[in-house]
Design a protein around this ligand. Structure first.
Ligand SMILES: Cc1ncc(COP(=O)(O)O)c(C=O)c1O
Length: 372
């Protein structure tokens, strides 16, 4: 089976731990276990028996996750190793060669590459910069056919930080209904909205909705590797069968911590911490971009741990990030990795001082680039 290189993840795998300033992260600064757990809970962790547990996820954790979604019960949930695995087992179990997937672009590359490797066709519909990164739904309508198995989107979106309006959500649901296809919504950035208004889920709007989410982004715990699928019973069953082939189950310690993070009061506390960080960092990046005049054009993100901006320097984006990494030990995401040259993505969910220092080094690099 041929699979395309996952440019973003490959570059992160190779370099994120070797550079001084890694500004590729799209999540929020992670917790330590000590910061997360009370002393009593830390003691409980020591007494956890490290078996496989229930392979589709601890029933109590599945109930906690189900409570996030209208009309869902624990059997409508599959707990996975990150939302990466949730996306993977969903598509691996649903798609047959020849199927089409109508896909929001730009988007996290996982589903794009996976769809193509499964012998299926991606039918893109684009977020348009001239519409403040709202989707072109006439384009979506024109991409739908009897072969459309799934409409796949990411809301709030990575990399633009945009959020669908409720009218756009309704129109997407209407198209899914008209063509009787699944609607897969990656909602891992729900809860990171700068204005504090949580983005409504697609769950409950349509009976063939599949939601992917997890703890890695808004919820600040990527290292626990906990994600999930919520959806129709037949999809969850099918994905669970496939999960038997990928990782069997998720870690017991991670599931224990997940069930703490997702309790309503703790979840609110974790999300508030993340939003406070974003509210500090977004203006930092906005001012930095504005100081470069018309060299950068950035629509401020409404949610998510990243800023996406167009640049006006005469250099390809992959070349820019490679030279920046080599010269200044700062890692950024190249627009090329989203199929959009002349754009850059910067992580804004981390430590503010490091962001400022990293951006100063980008300034030095750009000055040198201009100078020669
Ligand atoms: C939109 C989106 N979905 C899924 C993932 C994978 O996340 P996880 O760490 O939960 O596997 C990412 C990671 O960047 C992402 O941006």
């Amino acid at each position: 089976m041929h699979i395309e290189t996952f440019e973003l993840e490959r570059n992160q795998s190779l370099y994120e731990n070797t550079v001084r300033f890694n500004l590729t992260e799209s999540g929020i600064h992670p917790y330590t276990l000590r910061e997360l757990l009370s002393e009593e809970q830390q003691q409980e962790v020591l007494d956890l028996r490290l078996g496989y547990g229930q392979t589709n996820g601890d029933p109590a954790l599945r109930q906690t996750i189900a409570d996030l979604y209208p009309g869902c019960g624990p059997d409508d949930i599959l707990v996975t190793n990150g939302s990466a695995e949730a996306n993977f087992v969903a598509f691996w179990s649903l798609l047959e060669p020849g199927d089409e997937v109508a896909m929001m672009l730009p988007n996290y590359q996982l589903l794009y590459g996976l769809t193509r490797s499964l012998g299926c066709t991606v039918k893109p519909f684009h977020l348009r910069e001239e519409l403040n990164w709202a989707p072109d739904l006439d384009e979506l309508a024109s991409q739908m056919s009897s072969k459309t198995r799934v409409i796949a989107l990411c809301n709030p979106n990575n990399p633009t930080g945009s959020i669908l309006s409720s009218d756009d959500m309704q129109r997407i649901v209407a198209l899914a209904r008209e063509y009787d296809c699944y609607l897969l919504a990656d909602e891992i950035y729900v809860g990171s909205e700068l204005d504090g208004r949580e983005t409504p889920s697609f769950m409950g709007l349509y009976d063939k909705t599949i939601v992917v989410s997890g703890l890695a982004k808004s919820l600040s715990h990527p290292g626990l590797r906990i994600g999930w699928l919520a959806g129709p019973r037949e999809v969850i069953e099918g994905a669970w069968h496939h999960h038997d082939y990928t990782s069997i189950s998720t870690g017991i310690i991670s599931q224990y911590a997940a069930n703490i993070i997702l309790q309503p009061a703790k979840r609110r506390e974790v999300l508030d911490r993340g939003r406070a960080l974003l509210r500090t960092n977004v203006p930092v990046v906005e001012q930095w971009a504005a100081a470069h005049g018309d060299r950068f054009h950035m629509i401020a993100p409404r949610a998510g741990g990243m800023a996406f901006m167009r640049y006006n320097f005469d250099i390809n984006s992959s070349e820019l990030v490679t030279r920046l990494r080599e010269d200044k030990s700062v890692l950024l995401v190249a627009g090329d990795w989203f199929g959009m040259d002349r754009y850059l993505r910067l992580g804004i969910g981390g430590n503010t001082d490091e962001l400022v220092e990293g951006l100063e080094l980008v300034n030095e690099f750009l000055l040198e680039l201009e100078g020669g």
